[in-house]
Design a protein. Sequence first.
Length: 313
Amino acid sequence: MSLGVVPERVRVRAPGKINLFLEVGAVHDDGYHDVATVYQAVSLYEEVVASLDDEFSVRVVDETGRPVAGVPDDDRNLALRAARMVAREIGYLGGVHLDIRKAVPVAGGMGGGSADAAAALVACDALWGAGLTSLALHEMAARLGADVPFALLGGSAVGTGRGDRLSPALARARFDWVLVSRTTGLSTPAVYDELDRLRAASRLDIAPEPGVPEVDPTVLAALRSGAVDTLASGLRNDLQDAACSLEPRLRDVLDAAAGAGAVAGIVSGSGPTVALLAADADSARRLEHDLGAAGHRARHVYGPVPGAKVMHR
């Protein structure tokens, strides 16, 4: 491969996501589940700076510059695996150093690690002058994890299969959310295992629907119209009972949010981040303030926003 003139470093920003709808099918023999979900990318971003280097390495800090506990800095790191994947794809023999600044909660059900991986794909493609197509990047993203393709795409989208088969969803309006996060995360496999356990224990109210999971058209209609109340009525997460079973205090957050004026609330993905839908931006700022005053880690965000992209400043 001929690199030509390439930059010494590239900065890419990728958003976290919330699941507005998540229907989970029955478990397969391989341990995976088919899902039907609606993703929305929100204005809480991971930033990855890729710099030319002889070796592959990664450093992970939070928004204050402090090291982030619980995120590996070796080949278990999804962003580093993404960088190595691009290198193999294009036959690049050098390395890269990745500086990751995290804002999305770790193990919070918002796809922070997936956003890191998507950002690393885009950053290494630009850094090494690879010129990979969107399709090639998407195929690599799907091999890295079910949420990585959406972190590339951004906006709002329907995900099927394991969540990686994407169809963009038209969203004409902005939706305002308040995210309530916890200092400790939840393991996605553990939450799925808990869902299977609850279903096996004859919790008929959370049993999988027969057939292939499907998205409720109400959610898609709400995205098109911008109707907050309609979206609120369609919010669903089949993993919510399992996440609350493992972390019962999540129900306290949902109850407190309802009393503080949230239109609706839902556990994001596998949790434990709770996404609270607000009527508008002013309502979201008030909700953020009130929940913060009550001792919760609350943050106002909005969506949809674009997926992973190179930042030129």
